[in-house]
Design a binder for this molecule. Structure first.
Ligand code: NAD
Length: 293
């Protein structure tokens, strides 16, 4: 009598601080089940273990020794991990940040699926969006990844606003050096950036549960403007509510959260995930049951 072969086992981790609420374990483990894989996604929470980014060499060595297929990497390790890797993808090198480390034949290869993940979610939610004049609010880690991605998608002009004007100016310089031309420029504030814009990408923490509110004056929203939100705790932010009320087409922060996981899953397992299924699962995780019903 023949025996059914055991499903392949895959070990993945997430290294970062304060990651207990991460939905990555659920997203990866559920998608793996559909591919006949037994995938375990381990949270390696620096806050829980008293470790820091300085411990990355030991953590990566342990993951390699224990046969991990790779690790996602988040705050505060996305830049700090780079010197400890053997190789970087073009995208990770461009961004100077890594969110996915693949371990293959003992080598550590850094990738970045944040920008491509945002692009994946954005183009699914808002196909054919006018990228002529885009405002990016927030030039931190998420904003920088998205800025590269939106220029790659063909944005004509990218106006960058940040509470820290130096950060906006530095990102604009980096983007223009890398992508050529003068498509990116820093603007002093959203009031001066928004006139004539075709779209708004919001990448500051404003609107998160712990930082409620609007990141800009709602009077600056117009029905002919699309709005892409990055915050996804909660999924329906004050900005999305205000934008919907005005009649703007919108994409939520869930698109990027799912998109980066889709890219990482493919890199870790070599399998093509079903992005629509992962998104539906993500929505079931973040939507309260009584609302989902
Ligand atoms: P960060 O701290 O690196 O950057 C935030 C930037 O916003 C800073 O440069 C800050 O100066 C600027 N800022 C803050 N308030 C502002 C305001 N009112 N106007 C203009 N600029 C302002 O943070 P980050 O890692 O880039 O994360 C930003 C947000 O994106 C967080 O809420 C995070 O949860 C979310 N995020 C979502 C995803 C996703 O998958 N959807 C991925 C990464 C981050």
């Amino acid at each position: 009598m023949g025996t059914t072969p055991a499903p392949a086992k895959v070990l993945i981790g997430l290294i970062g601080a304060g990651i207990q609420k991460s939905l990555s374990p659920a997203m990866h483990e559920e998608e793996a089940r559909h591919h006949g894989l037994r995938l375990h996604y381990q949270l390696i929470d620096l806050d829980r273990t008293g470790a820091s980014a300085a411990d990355l060499p030991q953590l990566l060595a342990a993951a390699r020794t224990m046969g991990f297929a790779g690790c996602n990497v988040t705050y505060p390790c996305k830049q700090a991990v780079i010197p400890h890797l053997d190789e970087l993808s073009d995208e990770a090198r461009e961004m100077g940040a890594v969110n996915t480390v693949v371990i293959r034949d003992g080598r550590l290869i850094g990738h970045n699926t944040d920008g491509s993940g945002w692009a994946r979610g954005f183009t699914r939610a808002l196909p054919g969006a006018d990228l002529s004049r885009v405002v990016l609010l927030g030039a931190g880690g998420a904003g920088a990844a998205i800025a590269h991605a939106v220029l790659r998608l063909g944005a004509g002009e990218l106006r960058i606003v940040d509470a820290d004007p130096q950060r906006a100016a530095q990102l604009a310089r980096d983007l223009n050096t890398l992508h050529g031309g003068e498509r990116a420029r820093a603007c002093a504030d959203s009031a001066s950036a928004m006139p004539g814009a075709t779209g708004l990408i919001h990448a500051t923490p404003t609107g998160m549960d712990k930082l409620p509110g609007l990141p800009l004056d709602a009077a600056l929203l117009r029905p002919d403007l699309w709005v892409s939100e990055v915050v996804y705790f909660p999924l329906e932010t004050a900005l999305l509510k205000a934008a919907r009320a005005v009649g703007c087409p919108v994409s939520s922060g869930g698109g990027m959260a799912v998109g980066q996981a889709v890219g990482a899953f493919e890199l870790f397992t070599g399998k093509t995930p079903d992005a629509g299924r992962m998104e539906a699962h993500f929505r079931s995780l973040v939507t309260p049951k009584e609302v989902a019903a």
